[in-house]
Write a protein that binds this ligand. Sequence first.
Ligand SMILES: [Zn+2]
Ligand SMILES: [Zn+2]
Length: 267
Amino acid sequence: MIDYHVHTMLCNHATGSMPEYIHQAIAIGLKEICFLDHLTINPLGKFLSMTPDEVPVYYNAIQMLKQKYKGIIKIKSGLEIDFNPDDVNLVEDILGTYSFDLIGSSLHFIDDINIVSSSSPWKKGKENTDSVFSLYFERLSEMMEYDYFDVVCHFDMIKKFGRKSYKKYDKEIERILSVMKKKGIVMEINTSGLNHPVMEIYPNKEILKECSIKGIPVTIGSDAHRPEQVGRHFDKAFDLIVSAGYSHVTVFSERFAGTIAIDRIHP
Ligand SMILES: [Zn+2]
Ligand SMILES: [Zn+2]
C-alpha cells in the first residue's frame, strides 16, 4: 500500500520531522509515501501553509530524502493546492519551476468561510447549511475547468463536521465526476474523515462506487499531520476500495500516472 497525502511542519499545523513520517511508513510496510503539503495563497489560509518562498526548501528536502531512502521506500514530492481562481496563474508559475511527482487540489475555504478548522463558525453551526453545500459543489465544479492538478483531495470534505444538507447533490457530483473521467483526474481516498465528526472516509461509499463505474482511478492518503497518523485506517480503506470494485491504486512519478495492486497493511 501507499500513503499519498502526508504533511510537514512547513504548514504550521503539523508536527514531526519528515524522516519521522518516512520511518512510520517503513514501519507499517508501505511501498511509497508522498509529501503533499499545503500551498495556500489565499490570505485566509496562508498561515496554515508553506509560503511560495518556502517551496524550494520543501522541494529540495524531498529530493535529498528520495536519495537517502533509495531502495528502502519510494518517496514522492507533491503539493496540496488550495483552489482559488485568482491564484491559479501564480500556482502554475511555481509548479512550472519544479518537477513535482503529483499535484493535488482541494477546497478548505468557500469565499470567506473556513470549512475545515475546528474553531470556525461553520463548525459551530453558523452559516446556512444548504447554501454553503451548494457553494462547495459549485467551487469544485469550477476547479475542474483548470488543469494544474492530478488528484482531487478529500472530495466531499464539506461533510467534515457532520452537517447535513437538505438537498442532495447527486447531479452536481455526477457532472464533476464526468469531467474528472474525461480529463483523467484521479480521486483521492482520504482516511482522515474517520477522525472527524462525520466519521467517514472521503469520498463516501456512493461516490466511490460511481467513480468505479465511470472508471476513475483512485489513490489513497491518510492526510497525516503527525507521523503516527501515516497509514491510519488503511484497513478500512482497503475494504472500501475492494468493495467498490478496485484492485489497483494510482502512483505518480513526475506527474505521470502508473498503477500498483492494492494490498493490506499490518500496522
Ligand atoms: Zn492541513
Ligand atoms: Zn486538505
